[in-house]
Design a protein around this ligand. Structure first.
Ligand code: GFP
Length: 789
């Protein structure tokens, strides 16, 4: 976009006056942020309209996801429009601090972690590549909770990004639809967010649905002064889009989740069908030629019976014909092999919430049951294992595979595990449906925006084509022996570390040494991700430093950031444990210049943008076979951090791209774990034989560490020692510690370290979400570049 300073100034002044009756000079940062946002929206309006018009004529892909972890929009939008520097300059002339304006924006935190952030990166790539693709989800009023620490424990407070409305969304009342549940109906009101591509005029859309009641108020009841009940219907309806992942430990919570899923899926399909009919009338057999729908995990899988309902009940299509259409329209991405995430619904609850959809699901189940009986007449075990409804549970992953034409995992190893283990029966039945789509991240947010220093330097060295084609980074390899370049990359890292130090000082009052190694683990808190292994190693290191104060040691700062699911006690216990160790280590005068432990409160996209560029070590230490892909690992790599990881998920591909000698790979591989399991794993073996390990594990229960009486440390101890240590924390401890020592030694050699950094950056090209999205577009969705003029 061309930037005309006078025009922007005029627009901004007009907005401020119209909206807040304030002059530019007197406006508050919030008012300026709002006016800036509105100005951007007004400038892109025409292109957005043109894009929609153009896309309606061609095949489009719709990404159904219960999560979109978008983060902030202002900075990213300005960058993608190519006017970020100009705006910053222009504000500076007006003596307005751009950073302060940016800080007025709350993160749109409509997701938990990797799955939701992947969806957000995909949106950026679709728009940048001029691909007709749109996201659909829920406009949760409260995104993922804000995390605070009290006595080292996580405390959750509601997140309120919509407190003052949202400048990046446009309400579209003309597209409102009604979603019918068994005994009630609700209004689904869409809000559209523009997705601005980098260096293109195309503006894609993320459509988020908000739930409203059909009746606003029961006036009769209100007039009897029963105020609470007068608005009951309204509250019940609005609850659907109130929070991301309501606690589902109770039946009521489960019901609400199912209502959420059906709500957004039904609204989206009605919307898609309305637009389809506008162009193609009742030629429903053409649906797969014009519509591709990606089911992001099992959460939106209820879309399969819902599309059947629309076609059969509403449009009068024959069941067999409708099923053919459905199968060709949907595809499904699996993001995990953990059983807890492969959703199953109890039929009683499903029947109560969506009775008609239950009948249709049963119909699909019976149809498949008959097919199975014919396919495997002599294998009733297999028939039973593959049933969609088993006992009284509906298996959503099975429904997804049966009702889709493509099924993908998110990294090579993960897809192999799906094919050969977890979904083996299915792969044998439908080998042609399975394929891999290794995840990716957008370099626009995760390098260009978050690391302007490294970005400009890369551009200085090889030009700026990497912004749209990340494999260009490979050209950096010509500088692997250039000490000037290596020194500069090192210096940029130090600068980014200093920025993080400053941020932590301001926000958490912590002081850290920018010259120490920044060893970082940021991701959802989960046992399989093994933050526990990390903190055990730190505690052991602390003891070693106490015993041997003259030990040769490069100062190291261990940095953690993670939210634990509110009902996940063990994960919350590990957060306390990290903070407990932090307090001991950081409070010890003998140690404090060598070792520091920092837990970053309320980890979120905006903070992540400061952390990735500042990291030296990227901790990716999940139990082999458990992490489907990981995407944080890619953001670290792109910013020159070295992976300390197991051969799990996309770590395998990272090591392959950059060379295993440029990462720190340790621990058991999937095969080793199989073997050990077969032999019988006894955690008491490493516990008794690895020096120092017993002391660390026992610290949980011998009074050295304290959970303040909650009993959670004893629980963790028992998970390790009595309940089989199912994530092999103790088994992998020694190898992990060995790699930590190697890192500590290697970091001293600045040039060889910087060479490793450069090797990683230069080989991060594969991990652009542009590459991933092009693969989806070509191999699954069959959509084509559609550029507006
Ligand atoms: C999940 C998986 C990750 C994977 C992402 C995106 O993310 O391995 O990279 O989905 O596919 F576990 P989390 O919810 O764990 O962050």
């Amino acid at each position: 976009m061309k930037f005309d300073k006078e025009e922007w100034k005029k627009k901004l002044e007009e907005r401020l006056l119209e909206k807040f009756s304030v002059s530019l000079k007197d406006a508050s940062p919030f008012e300026i942020y709002r006016a800036l946002g509105e100005t951007v929206m007004s400038f892109i309006a025409r292109d957005w309209y043109e894009t929609k018009k153009e896309y309606s004529k061609t095949k489009q892909a719709f990404y159904f996801s219960s999560e979109f972890l978008m983060g902030r929009a202002l900075g990213n939008n300005l960058i993608n429009l190519g006017i970020d520097k100009e705006i910053q300059e222009f504000l500076k002339e007006l003596e307005i601090d751009y950073n302060q304006i940016e800080d007025e924006e709350e993160d749109a935190a409509l997701g938990n972690g990797g799955l939701g952030r992947l969806a957000a990166c995909f949106m950026d790539s679709l728009a940048t590549l001029n691909l007709p693709g749109q996201g659909y989800s829920i406009r949760y009023r409260n995104g993922i909770f804000n995390q605070y620490l009290r006595d080292g424990y996580q405390v959750e407070k509601p997140e309120t990004w919509l407190k003052y409305g949202d400048v990046w969304s446009v309400m579209r009342p003309e597209d409102e639809v009604i979603v019918n549940f068994g005994n009630t109906s609700v209004r689904a009101l869409p809000y559209d967010m523009p997705i601005i591509g980098y260096g293109t005029k195309n503006i894609n859309t993320l459509r988020l649905w908000e739930a409203h009641s059909i009746v606003d108020l029961d006036l009769g009841v209100f007039n009897q002064q029963d105020y609470l009940h007068a608005t009951q219907d309204k509250t019940l309806a609005e609850d659907i889009s109130r929070v991301l992942y309501p606690n589902d430990s109770t039946d009521e919570g489960k019901k609400l989740r199912l209502r959420q899923q059906y709500f957004f899926v039904s609204a989206s399909l009605q919307d898609i069908m309305k637009n389809f009919k506008k162009v193609h009338g009742r030629e429903f057999s053409k649906i797969p030629e014009f519509i591709a729908i990606q089911l992001n995990d099992t959460h939106p899988v209820i879309a399969i019976p819902e599309l059947m309902r629309i076609l059969v009940d509403v449009e009068g299509v024959l069941w067999e014909d409708a099923w053919e259409i459905v199968k060709k329209t949907f595809s499904y991405t699996n993001h995990t092999i953990l059983a807890e995430a492969l959703e199953k619904w109890w039929i009683g609850l499903y029947q109560e919430v969506v009775p008609r959809i239950f009948q249709i699901t049963e119909g699909i189940h019976n149809q498949f049951k008959n097919e199975l009986a014919k396919l495997y007449p002599n294998d009733t075990d297999r028939q039973n294992r593959m049933q969609i409804i088993q006992g009284n549970m509906i298996h959503m992953a099975w429904l997804a595979i049966y009702g889709s034409h493509k099924v993908n995992g998110v990294a090579e190893l993960h897809t192999e595990i799906l094919k050969n283990r977890e979904l083996k029966d299915w792969y044998e039945l439908y080998p042609e449906k399975f394929l891999n789509k290794t995840n990716g991240i957008t370099q626009r947010r995760w390098l260009l925006k978050s690391n302007p220093q490294l970005s400009s330097y890369i551009t200085e060295l090889i030009g700026d084509a990497w912004i749209k084609n990340l494999s260009e980074l490979k050209k950096l390899e010509q500088f692997l022996d250039d000490e000037k370049v290596l020194n500069k990359i090192w210096d940029i890292k130090i600068e980014k570390k200093k920025e993080l130090v400053e941020y932590l000082r301001e926000t958490q009052g912590i002081d850290i040494n920018p010259k120490s190694i920044f060893d970082v683990q940021v991701k959802r808190m989960h046992e399989y991700k093994r933050q526990l292994l990390n903190i055990f190693q730190v505690y052991n290191l602390y003891q070693q430093l106490k015993q041997n104060p003259n030990m040769d040691f490069t100062p190291t700062t261990y940095i953690y950031g993670a939210k634990a699911a509110p009902g996940y006690k063990v994960a919350k216990g590990i957060i306390r444990l990290i903070n407990d160790v932090a307090q001991i280590v950081n409070g010890d005068d003998e140690i404090k210049d060598k070792l520091k432990v920092v837990f970053i409160e309320n980890y979120r996209v905006t903070v992540a943008e400061k952390i990735f560029p500042a990291a030296d070590i990227s901790e990716q230490i999940s139990t082999a076979g458990k992490e489907a892909s990981g995407t944080g690992n890619m953001k670290f790599m792109l910013n020159g951090a070295i992976t300390l990881g197991t051969l799990d998920g996309a770590n395998v591909e990272i090591a392959k791209e950059a060379g295993e000698e440029n990462e720190y790979i340790f621990g058991m591989r999937v095969e080793d774990i199989d073997e050990l399991r077969k032999k019988g794993y006894d955690p008491r073996f490493p516990y008794n034989n690895i020096t120092g390990l017993k002391q660390v594990v026992d610290a949980l229960i011998d009074g050295s560490l304290s959970d303040l009486g909650s009993g959670i440390y004893r629980e963790i101890h028992s998970l390790l020692m009595e309940r089989g240590d199912q994530y092999f924390v103790l088994e992998d401890f020694e190898d992990y510690r060995r790699k930590q020592r190697e890192i500590n030694r290697d970091y001293k050699n600045k040039i060889s370290w910087a060479k490793k950094m450069l090797k990683n950056i230069a080989n991060a090209g594969k991990f652009s979400s542009d590459r991933t999205i092009l693969e989806y577009a070509n191999e699954i969705w069959d959509i084509k570049e559609t550029k507006i003029k």
